[in-house]
Design a protein around this ligand. Structure first.
Ligand code: MG
Ligand code: MG
Length: 261
């Protein structure tokens, strides 16, 4: 059952999402060759608690960490390990926060040092796909319109769209109805209404879309070992239009880059 949110609830979700946004911005300056994922995880936990919030993932489904750190061929759900980041890696950092009873959940894939052009294109297209999906999240459209926009953009570049993992509703629980696949058909699925709040999160691969879970019970890798990218925003329908509750602006500020947020 979908829980549509009041304007007051949407502001609480925005505040929680912004805790995550600031945390991802803080991490942007720390993500470089030699950085330890374990240390990044501890820094993020402290930073979230300093904002009066709690880590959203830690303990949820027995998650052992504040961040999920997914490198290169890891699509999502990578656990922070001591192996340092390497020049040329890409690293998706997914972060959750719980503030005043509401969850934020968003993610960015960072470049570690110099990344090759093909991989940079994968990042660019995945982020574009996220915004193309968000643009379809308006009252009167269908959920399939969001899914289709993401899939269409990724596949038009020859990329794979992961099937097993999807976006989701978000509110007083991290994962609410509806599921938000990154593939689908236009005009199909639930009609989108005022107060809908979603975490939209394309997971796009350079090669096959097929994935496997590793024996740690968390890490999801591409089957062919090719890289994957993951970007996530929390979005609400306000006055019929998509209102992005999270932001990448803190990341862009830290990295000194100008991009459309
Ligand atoms: Mg997430
Ligand atoms: Mg999510």
């Amino acid at each position: 059952m979908i829980k549509y949110k009041t304007p007051e609830e949407i502001e609480k979700l925005r505040a929680a999402a912004q805790v995550v946004s600031r945390t991802l911005g803080m991490l942007a300056a720390e993500i470089k060759p030699g950085a330890s994922p374990v240390k990044l995880d501890k820094m993020a936990e402290e930073y979230i608690r300093d904002q009066g919030a709690a880590p959203g993932f830690l303990g949820l489904y027995d998650c052992p960490s504040t961040l999920l750190i997914s490198r290169n061929e890891t699509v999502v759900h990578g656990l922070p390990i001591s192996e340092p980041l390497h020049e040329g890696d890409i690293v998706s950092v997914d972060c959750g926060a719980l503030l005043d009873g509401y969850y934020g959940d968003h993610a960015y894939t960072y470049e570690v040092g110099e990344v090759d052009a093909d991989t940079r294109q994968l990042l660019r297209v995945t982020k574009e796909a996220l915004y193309k999906g968000i643009k379809q999240m308006r009252a009167g459209n269908r959920l399939g319109d969001v899914s289709y926009a993401i899939q269409q953009h990724a596949e038009s570049h020859g990329y794979g769209v992961v099937r097993e993992l999807v976006g989701h509703g978000i509110g007083t629980t991290m994962h609410e109805d509806p599921q938000v696949p990154n593939f689908g058909r236009q005009g199909r699925g639930k009609k989108l209404k005022e107060g809908l709040t979603l975490a939209i999160e394309p997971m796009i691969t350079m090669g096959t879309h097929r994935v496997k879970q590793l024996s740690d019970g968390w890490t999801i890798n591409t089957v062919d070992g090719k890289p994957a990218a993951h970007f996530e925003h929390d979005v609400a329908i306000v006055n019929g239009e998509p209102d992005i509750l999270s932001t990448f602006d803190y990341i862009y500020e830290a990295l000194g880059i100008k991009e459309e947020s």
